[in-house]
Design a protein around this ligand. Structure first.
Ligand code: 4AD
Ligand code: MG
Length: 483
């Protein structure tokens, strides 16, 4: 007999016809069994929905049937039929079944019930088998696809910037060192310092915190580029929004000013959300229900006013609010939580940095929509941001989202060589180390701008997952580099 090719469950549920002979493969979610018939819910990750298998119990070997348990993998041949039961339109009447791999019920940690996310993090190697993580992975894939499509349609080039680098683009000193030196026997110079000349790259190197500086080099040659890759930060923040390894999308545009950049960021974010609403319906419905159940467990005053789907629709349909840092500080200073000292960090004066509690107040309580803050004090921002004429602020912007806080950070870049050099000197950044960067200002400099989107934070927003550790397969956080 000719081998029947495997059909994915998503395709079967979308356009399968009663009477079709099919081969399906996947993992058992649940099995219900009576004397004559067993119902098995099979999932292959192509969709959140399971295919119901109907097994004629007297016709199959007892031993084989016993091996069909939650988590076991099957290869099945059968005939598609209209389902008699509620809950599905089609089911597969099994003609033959092979157990590819058993999952012994006494040992397999995933059972057909809701496990806590904390427990699932401990078994991150198996959690992709759950409905929740399957849904998150599929949405994440669609969001990456949407990003590439968005930029491709606009004529942006996808550029790969290095992961190993000698620069600290953000200048925050939160880099992970890269070395091949023997740490038990570190070579020293005559002065007693570490002799990096003997290291692999013959200089101090680290993992990149951002592809921006190299991205700028490309934008100043081909106009519009974006990077999309892993970035690494040794911030010791154990929060629900920080990872030590996360992915960033960084577009960089020649001839864009700050307004153009805010327009692009808003258009991109709303494009992504619309794409999710259109292309991830089943998964979002599942995640919406999951988020609703989670909300119900919270005290009334902490519950969000909108469901996940309502929040996504709201972002798709409404323009973001644009507010200057100076106006935002006034709003925050006069706000109830500031007056009543409810904020952990009180806002005293112009120049204070905003914490996530302030960002979320502006978005969730004050404006009740995504907010773009712009023109920040230069003292709290990176060296490369363009200085405004007021001599106090730089042309920076952050996009703030409900439930997340900062999701995008960007700026117009300082394209004037003299200004850039002055700022670097003020911030003690040696110009020798960035001579290649300064060269772009020496030769054919142009006004240009860009921003970075934290990809996992975006996935958190779209999936409604409260903790960033649950939207990346293998989260890296302080003290945690398992798997
Ligand atoms: O605001 P950031 O630090 O900006 C930059 O790195 C710029 N070089 C981007 C650019 O202009 N090309 O980071 C950008 C975004 C943040 O808004 C946030 O969403 C995300 O990256 N991010 C993190 N996400 C997860 N874990 C962390 N530790 C993050 N740090 C920043
Ligand atoms: Mg930032």
């Amino acid at each position: 007999m000719d081998k029947i090719r495997r059909t994915k469950i998503r395709q079967i549920l979308n356009d399968g016809k009663s009477g079709q002979e099919l081969c399906v493969k996947g993992w058992v979610r649940t099995k219900r069994e009576s004397k004559n018939v067993a119902f098995v819910a099979l999932n292959d990750g192509s969709t959140i929905n399971n295919l119901q298998l109907v097994i004629d119990v007297p016709k199959v070997d007892e031993e084989l049937l016993r091996k069909i348990t939650t988590g076991a993998s099957l290869s099945v041949l059968g005939k598609l039929a209209e389902s008699q039961g509620a809950g599905q339109a089609l089911e597969l009447l099994v003609e033959s079944v092979e157990v590819l791999g058993e999952a012994h019920p006494d040992e397999y940690p995933l059972q057909p019930k809701r496990h806590s996310l904390e427990f699932l993090r401990e078994i991150a190697h198996l959690r992709p088998r759950t409905n929740t993580f399957g849904a998150v992975f599929r949405v994440k894939h669609e969001m990456a696809y949407a990003l590439h499509t968005f930029f491709h349609k606009k004529g942006f080039l996808y550029v790969h910037t290095p992961i190993l680098t000698a620069s600290d683009a953000e200048g925050a000193g939160e880099t992970f060192r890269v070395t091949t030196l023997d740490l038990n026997n570190v070579p020293k110079t005559e002065d007693g310092d570490i002799d990096f000349k003997q290291d692999f790259f013959e200089k101090e190197t680290n993992l990149t915190v951002s592809g921006q500086l190299e991205g700028e080099l490309a934008a100043l040659a081909v106009s519009d580029i974006y990077t999309f890759g892993p970035t690494f930060r040794a911030e010791n923040s154990n929060t629900a929004r920080h990872l030590a390894e996360f992915w960033m999308v960084e577009p960089e545009m020649a001839f864009y000013d700050l307004d153009d950049t805010m327009d692009l960021a808003e258009e991109m974010l709303r494009y992504m959300v619309k794409h999710a609403l259109e292309h991830c319906k089943d998964d979002l419905q599942f995640l919406n229900k999951r988020a609703e159940d989670e909300e119900k467990a919270k005290p009334q005053h902490q519950r969000s006013e909108m469901s996940l789907l309502e929040r996504l629709q709201f972002v798709a349909d409404n323009e973001f609010e644009r507010v200057s840092y100076t106006d935002a500080i006034e709003i925050l200073r006069r706000s109830k939580p500031n007056q009543k000292k409810k904020f952990q960090f009180l806002i005293d004066e112009w120049g204070d940095d905003l914490q996530s509690e302030h960002e979320r107040f502006l978005v969730e309580k004050h404006f009740k929509k995504p907010v773009i803050l712009y023109n920040y004090p230069k003292g709290i921002k990176a060296f490369y941001m363009r200085q405004n004429d007021d001599d106090k602020t730089v042309a920076a912007m952050d996009v703030l989202f409900p439930g997340i806080g900062e999701i995008v950070g960007g700026s117009q870049r300082e394209e004037r060589k003299a200004n850039l050099e002055t700022r670097m000197a003020e911030m003690n950044i040696p110009s020798e180390e960035l001579s290649w960067y300064l060269d772009t200002r020496r030769f054919g400099t142009v006004p240009h701008s860009g921003y970075g989107l934290g990809f996992e934070r975006m996935i958190q927003f779209v999936t409604g997952m409260g903790n960033i550790r649950d939207v990346i397969p293998f989260p890296r956080t302080p003290g945690n580099c398992e798997f």
